[in-house]
Design a protein around this ligand. Structure first.
Ligand SMILES: [Fe+2]
Length: 243
């Protein structure tokens, strides 16, 4: 039985398996596929009020995030079936579906951890001494970083995400991704903000700038510090726990 810890391991491992084994040696129909489950929020749905309403949080978590997971699990099952039947066309057709829904699962799992109730110890930049020191060194001040990050968020066209990432070299960088494209490769996602309308529209309507201004009140700096100081895979611990 093959047990893949996350979808990236799954995608990385299954292709070499298929090419290395043939005929009776490889039976994809017997290959186990991880079923992903919705990770619990580390706080109540109303914990981020007044900056993010309980209604938004409940819909966002229990409906939107769950839908990405449901569609990811379905696509992964279909992918295994396509491998078993040597249907390369079906395998290719499933790749963007896996990327979109797998990305949706990864991004939201990271996002929930990036938030904390306003006024809590975790929501204070003082909980991220090392990270804030690096930010001050690179941007001049935390305020200037927040200004740059907010501008990047507001510059996203359509649906997407804004991220502070740590490159393999240790350098910090602000990046934006479209749709549900996740941060993959060597970069560590330290801080991510969902800029899909479903993240704010019920409360802020077209006031995207107000959502961005208020998101800083509920950023979990303790988690950001932990990801900044930790190893690459540490950032994805929540995902591994939700299989
Ligand atoms: Fe979202």
């Amino acid at each position: 039985m093959v047990n893949f810890g996350n979808i990236w391991q799954y995608l990385a491992v299954q292709a070499p398996l298929q090419s290395a084994l043939s005929g009776d040696q490889f039976n994809a129909s017997k290959m186990a596929v991880s079923t992903y489950t919705l990770p619990q929020l580390p706080y109540a749905y109303n914990a981020l009020e007044p900056y993010i309403s309980a209604q938004i949080m409940e819909l966002h978590h229990s409906k939107h995030h769950q839908t990405y997971i449901t569609n990811l699990n379905k696509a992964l099952q279909s992918h295994v079936a396509a491998i078993a039947s040597n249907d390369i066309a079906a395998q290719i057709a499933l790749q963007p579906i896996i990327k979109f829904n797998g990305g949706g699962h990864i991004n939201h799992a990271l996002f929930w951890q990036n938030l904390a109730p306003a006024g809590s110890d975790d929501a204070s930049p003082t909980a991220a001494h090392s990270l804030v020191s690096h930010i001050q060194s690179d941007w001049g001040s935390l305020e200037l970083f927040q200004k740059d990050f907010s501008a990047a968020l507001l510059g996203i066209q359509g649906s997407g995400w804004g991220w502070l990432v740590r490159e393999e070299s240790g350098k910090l960088r602000i990046v934006t991704t479209k749709d549900q494209d996740p941060i993959v490769g060597g970069d560590v996602p330290i801080l991510g903000v969902d800029m899909w309308e479903h993240a704010y529209y019920l409360q802020y309507l077209n006031g995207k700038a107000a959502y961005v201004e208020n998101i800083w009140k509920v950023i979990n700096w303790k988690i950001a510090e932990r990801r900044f100081l930790g190893a690459h895979d540490d950032a994805f611990g929540t995902l591994k726990a939700a299989v």
